[in-house]
Design a protein around this ligand. Structure first.
Ligand code: F6P
Length: 319
């Protein structure tokens, strides 16, 4: 293993830069040549790459987003696109690729592995929806960002005695809604994993009103019906004063938390170790505080569920 490429793919996540930095610096430490691929898998197909030196990753550990840029590549989903990517890597004598991204990106890394390229995946997504790892890069920062938004909204919700619905990201996953809801003390949390029951949410609100509690913050994951729908329903059923906020992409930006930087640094370094040991075909994970790795199939064949205990706890504490 002499020449290794690194790319970021799918939705960006704070901490991706710290992971790129770790791959580059750990690789150079071991005498490897490292290449940065621009715009995810599209960059492999379009041959957009550059040699990365120690200085290429200076001053990026604290920056959100990804200096390599990212994209979702429909071309790479085709057999032809994958062959073009493999041909580029063969031509450039690149022996291994580190792919940083969410579930779609890890599937892409697996596909590349199946046509003969050694790949290692690093889970990077604010969704934290990757199984067999407790945390993905970017999740902790996003939880803090949403918690900060809840704090701010709570001030105005209390002052005006209003109901605020906050929609957070998570097409198929309620992890972000649950963790930020727990941290921010949300009165209700609506997640895709649990069938939506707006009626029950309204009953809770009306019970609160009877006790004199006129403000509430309700978190809705985007995949659980969406904030606008939930807001309209609550307004229609309760006739309370409701406002809806969609946090959107501001949840994906911002300076990464210390936790995400450390996680990303450890995962990036592990990816290099795995490639040097000839252990491609794996995803780096973090379990019980330890960095480890699992095979693509073990991870991609599962779905990460919400912690039932945490979900119940959020309900109990919001009484
Ligand atoms: O996967 C990360 C994520 O932010 C999801 O939570 C969200 O549903 C999606 O990406 C949004 O994607 P895009 O930026 O392409 O609109």
């Amino acid at each position: 293993m002499k020449r290794i490429a690194v790319l970021t793919s799918g939705g960006d996540a704070p901490g991706m830069n710290a992971a790129v930095r770790a791959v580059v610096r750990k690789g150079i430490y071991h005498g490897l040549e490292i290449f940065g691929i621009k715009r995810g898998f599209s960059g492999l197909i379009n041959r957009e790459y550059f040699r990365m030196k120690l200085g290429s990753v200076a001053d990026i550990i604290h920056r959100g987003g990804t200096v390599l840029h990212t994209a979702r590549s429909p071309e790479f989903l085709t057999a032809e696109g994958q062959q073009q990517a493999a041909a580029f890597l063969r031509d450039e004598k690149i022996d291994g690729v580190v792919v940083i991204g969410g579930d779609g990106s890890l599937k892409g890394a697996k596909a590349l592995g199946e046509i003969g390229v050694a790949t290692v995946g690093i889970p990077g997504t604010i969704d934290n929806d990757i199984p067999l790892t407790d945390y993905t890069i970017g999740f902790d920062t996003a939880v803090n960002t949403v918690t900060d938004a809840i704090n701010r909204v709570r001030d105005t919700a209390t002052s005006h005695e209003r109901i605020f619905i906050i929609e957070v990201m998570g097409r198929d996953s309620g992890q972000l809604a649950l963790f930020a809801g727990l941290a921010g003390g949300a009165e209700s949390i609506i997640v895709p994993e649990d069938p939506i029951d707006v009626g029950e949410v309204c009953n809770r609100l009306l019970r609160g009103v009877k006790r004199g509690k006129l403000h509430s913050v309700i978190l809705v994951a985007e995949g659980a019906g969406g904030g606008l729908y939930v807001g309209e329903e609550i307004k229609r059923i309760t006739r309370l004063d409701v406002r809806v906020i969609i946090l959107g992409h501001l949840q994906r930006g911002g300076t990464p938390s210390a936790f995400d930087r450390i996680l990303a640094s450890r995962m990036g370094a592990k990816a290099i170790d795995l490639l040097l040991e000839g252990k491609g075909g794996r995803v780096v994970v973090c379990r019980n505080g330890c960095i480890d790795s699992v095979f693509y199939d073990d991870l991609l064949s599962r779905k990460k569920g919400l912690s039932r205990d945490d979900y119940q706890l959020a309900g109990i504490l919001a009484i």
